[in-house]
Design a protein around this ligand. Structure first.
Ligand code: PGA
Length: 252
């Protein structure tokens, strides 16, 4: 795979369960007409709108992805969407292990790892989310929690581990307006990078994204950290002007 722009930072929008056909039309049109960006950019839309997103972003520089995928190949799993189905129409990324799924759908570290493996097996790049709760941070468990979450995925993916992306999203910073300071985020990213170094010789070029209340006014200082290679953006990705401003804050 020789993507000449793969060295650039990556900014991914996570729309979560927001949008409608009409709202998406306007948002995608605004993103598409933005002109060249200094980073690679993608949006992860809800399943029913992936086809719309794919169609609208065709021939644009912006990629698209899903917010989850099944760990299973196919079968009696009502309501689930397989990586093969996503790959069938060109899906590039799938977020797996978002803290909302870990918390609200009781997804275990191993299930998240299995989802990452299912995605990779179909050529869809998993964006594996890890992050500690406020109680875990206050108890001094941040390092242990993110290491445990990442280690399940590294172990399951084995020699393919370098093909995933990782998003560090402190749970206490998601949708709260509380952002990790650039130093707090960098400290965890450095730890995750070291863990990846122990598992793969490609760790230095892997993408580690930061997520959690990234906004136009704090993006540049986060993206300037040596081990932060871009962002996973929730709320601010729903407004084209904010999402594009965050993209423009990426390091060239
Ligand atoms: P936020 O969400 O930017 O709204 O905090 C980030 C995420 O959950 O991916």
């Amino acid at each position: 795979m020789s993507d000449p722009q793969s060295h650039r930072q990556l900014v991914v929008g996570n729309w979560k369960m927001h949008g409608s056909h009409a709202v998406n039309e306007a948002l995608l049109e605004a993103l598409k007409s933005a002109g060249p960006l200094p980073c690679n950019a993608a949006v992860c839309a809800p399943f029913p709108y992936l086809a719309q997103t794919a169609e609208r972003l065709a021939r644009s520089a912006i990629s698209w992805g899903a917010q989850d995928c099944s760990a299973h190949e196919q079968g009696a799993y009502t309501g689930e969407v397989s990586a093969a189905m996503l790959a069938d129409f060109g899906c590039r990324y799938a977020i797996v292990g978002h803290s909302e799924r870990r918390a609200l759908h009781a997804e275990s570290d191993q299930l998240v790892a299995d989802k990452a493996q299912a995605a990779l097996a179909r050529g869809v790049t998993p964006i594996v989310c890890v992050g500690e709760t406020l109680a875990e941070r206050d108890a001094g468990q941040t390092d242990a929690v993110v290491k445990r979450q990442l280690s399940a995925v590294i172990h399951t993916l084995a020699h393919c581990a370098s093909e995933m992306m990782v998003a560090y999203e402190p749970v206490w910073a998601i949708g709260t307006g509380l952002t990790a300071t650039p130093e707090q985020a960098q400290a965890v990213h450095a730890l995750l990078r070291a863990q990846l170094h122990a598992a793969t010789e490609h760790a230095a070029s892997m993408k580690l994204l930061y997520g959690g209340s990234v906004k136009p006014d704090n993006a540049a200082s986060l993206f300037a950290q040596p081990d932060i290679d871009g962002g996973l953006i929730g709320g601010a990705s729903l407004k084209a002007i904010d999402f594009l401003a965050i993209c423009r804050a990426a390091q060239r």
